[in-house]
Design a protein around this ligand. Sequence first.
Ligand code: MN3
Length: 266
Amino acid sequence: MDSFILTRELPMSETLSRREVVTRTVPALAIAGALSIAGPLLAADNAAAGAAPVGNEAFKDGQYVLPPLPYAYDALEPHIDADTMHLHHDKHHQAYVTGLNNALKALAALDGAATPPGAALLAGLQEDLSFNAGGHLLHTLFWTVMGPNAGGEPQGQLADALARDFTSVAVFRKRFAAVAAGVKGSGWSILAYEPLGDRLFILQVKQHDLQIAPGAVPILPLDVWEHAYYLKYHNVRADYVKAWWNVVNWQAVGDAFAAARASQKR
Ligand code: MN3
């Protein structure tokens, strides 16, 4: 590991703070309390990252929208089948987009009501908002960290950081897969950048929005909801996780890592 150089002194060209980027680009995210998942999606403003402007495709004309897949539906074959991608993207992800817009609309309607809403009604809508905002943001990122002709090994500063924070890339892979396998019901295994420690850790997220660490920025999310794999892998989630490594676009993950680090620079 003589090339290990991950320090806070790395040069970064980002000049906007993350809060500035978020509020300039998608102000509703602040309402959603979803700042932690916004970072890698806003790489358009980040010259250091060189990543695709994914966030711009997920919100247009005052509404959240379904971003197109950055590749063909069958591009991840044989590891992820086209039928699964159609259902997952067109139906499931779309449902989170619709739910997010609806929750915001319903909350706004309450503002104009003659009497204040009951606490239970408000709490229910806030839960809808959190769940669907998490679903939309995580899926938007999920599509970008996969690709055809992908797989292989992480490179550069990402590889160095993985080796530092998990002792080796192999140990990271093993733990990440174990976290994914261990999700009870629906959820995600997420590699996240944690800015206070300037380090990486893995989160075992329930549904889309529970057990997310505030401030930690997801850079590699793995969806282990059954809809992500059941058509092809049936109940054998471990086989799906094993195959999924073959479609990980490490360049995109490295870009998301760089964007997350740069966006935290004050
Ligand atoms: Mn999903």
